[in-house]
Design a protein around this ligand. Structure first.
Ligand code: CP
Length: 309
């Protein structure tokens, strides 16, 4: 019931409700107020793939709400001895009240949700989806633009393997966004996702040219080329470093345009952008804390008060 596997699990009204809850929880996320809404609850934080932001922001979110966290990764657990995902999930079901899972295999989060009774939050399944990232992305966009409605959003880079763009594009078209999808041919957004976006009324422009859409963009969402998902090194080398955004590139951009990136960045987003008013990616990463607080409360059926003090 409280699972979040893809953005299809949330209606637009629920998305707005979660963003409103996250906004209320901002002082708790910053550590200014202690609000033990999740006291006595235990989060299973299961990472079968590397993570800095998702793992740490879920842990911070749970702890700042008074809950406890159990961390599990492939290294240092019995997964390294060959224990199956199914069996691992049975253990997590017994030890925790809710679980977050990141896994290299697309579909692993749904498989886990089907295997247990506790709510499962998908923290990235292979090249599939990353819906909790999408929620913090939407929070960041609404924080900057005041609304999610009808924005011009550029997504740049690895749209084939980049799960953050798969989930975010789906959510944005439901709020009337126009999307410019910038990638080399070999890393285009999968055609079934583009069809889904169009079926939801999305206005989609696919191109290899980054420069010509910058001046009309409200959001530029840069992504890393996902080296770890390429079948061979040679294919990766052909496209590595193909897009590089630096401060000069955005001189003619709208004054309220924001540059986002789910991070980590490699070389597609130059440090010169950091000191511009457009850079939002570090704020975006922090926004994982209030947003994931709101998602944990939703998953556990805990109501966020309308006001915190
Ligand atoms: N954005 C994101 O998922 O970052 P991590 O891989 O560090 O969790």
């Amino acid at each position: 019931m409280g699972d979040l596997i893809t953005m299809d699990d949330l209606s637009n009204e629920e998305i707005i409700q979660i963003l409103d809850d996250a906004n209320i929880l901002l002082p708790v996320a910053r550590g200014e107020i202690y609000l033990p809404l999740l006291e006595g609850k235990v989060l299973g934080n299961l990472f079968f793939e590397n993570s800095t932001r998702t793992r740490m922001s879920f842990e911070t979110a749970m702890k700042r709400l008074g809950g406890e966290v159990l961390n599990l990764s492939s290294i240092g657990s019995s997964v390294a001895k060959g224990e199956t995902l199914y069996d691992t999930m049975q253990m997590v079901d017994g030890y925790s009240d809710i679980a977050v899972i990141r896994h290299p295999n697309q579909g692993a989060a749904q498989y886990s949700a089907d295997a247990v009774d506790i709510p499962i939050l998908n923290a990235g399944d292979g090249a599939g989806n990353h819906p909790t990232q999408t929620m913090l992305d939407l929070f960041t966009i609404r924080e900057s633009h005041g609304s999610l409605e009808g924005l011009n959003v550029m997504m740049v880079g690895d749209l084939r393997y980049g799960r953050t763009t798969h989930s975010l594009s789906h959510a944005l078209v439901r709020f009337g966004a126009k999307l410019t999808l910038v990638s080399p041919k070999s890393l285009k957004m999968p055609s079934e996702i583009v069809s889904d976006l169009k079926n939801h009324g999305g206005e989609i422009n696919e191109t290899e040219d980054m420069a010509s859409s910058i001046d009309s963009a409200d959001v530029i969402y840069m992504t890393r080329i996902q080296k770890e998902r390429f079948p061979d090194e040679e294919e990766y080398t052909k496209v590595a470093g193909i897009y590089k955004l630096n401060a000069n590139d955005i001189e003619g951009a709208k004054s309220d345009m924001i540059v986002m990136h789910p991070l980590p960045r490699v070389n597609e987003l130059h440090a010169s952008v950091d000191s511009t008013k457009h850079a939002k990616y570090f704020q975006q990463a922090f926004n994982g804390v209030p947003t994931r607080m709101a998602l944990l409360c939703r998953g556990l059926g805990v109501k966020v008060p309308r006001k915190v003090k």
